[in-house]
Design a protein around this ligand. Structure first.
Ligand SMILES: [Zn+2]
Length: 97
């Protein structure tokens, strides 16, 4: 996926957060307090709440974004650049002369 397509697919913070949540849900959210896997999603606070213990964790908890104040979109673009670079490394037009 080209960066421009990527950027237009995720034009704002909301779309990035929604995508990131989808990703976390797919990976499975694990409670850092009790290890429980079942969570409620608190949309207003953007937190997961453990069904077993009621403790909350943020959408960013236990991810690369943990503790970061940077916008999700920033991370999305950075991660996209890293992974797309990895796939085509070294880039074809990379001139080593
Ligand atoms: Zn828990």
């Amino acid at each position: 996926m080209k960066l421009l397509n990527f950027v237009s697919q995720y034009p704002d913070e909301a779309s990035c957060r929604a995508k990131f949540k989808e990703y976390r849900d797919k990976q499975g959210v694990i409670c850092p307090h009790c290890g429980g896997k079942a969570h409620y999603w608190k949309k207003d606070k953007e937190n997961y709440e453990g069904k077993a213990c009621g403790k909350r964790q943020s959408l960013r908890a236990n991810t690369v974004m943990h503790g970061s104040q940077l916008p999700f979109r920033y991370w999305f673009i950075a991660i996209h650049l890293l992974t797309s670079t990895k796939k085509s490394f070294p880039p074809r037009n990379f001139n080593v002369s």
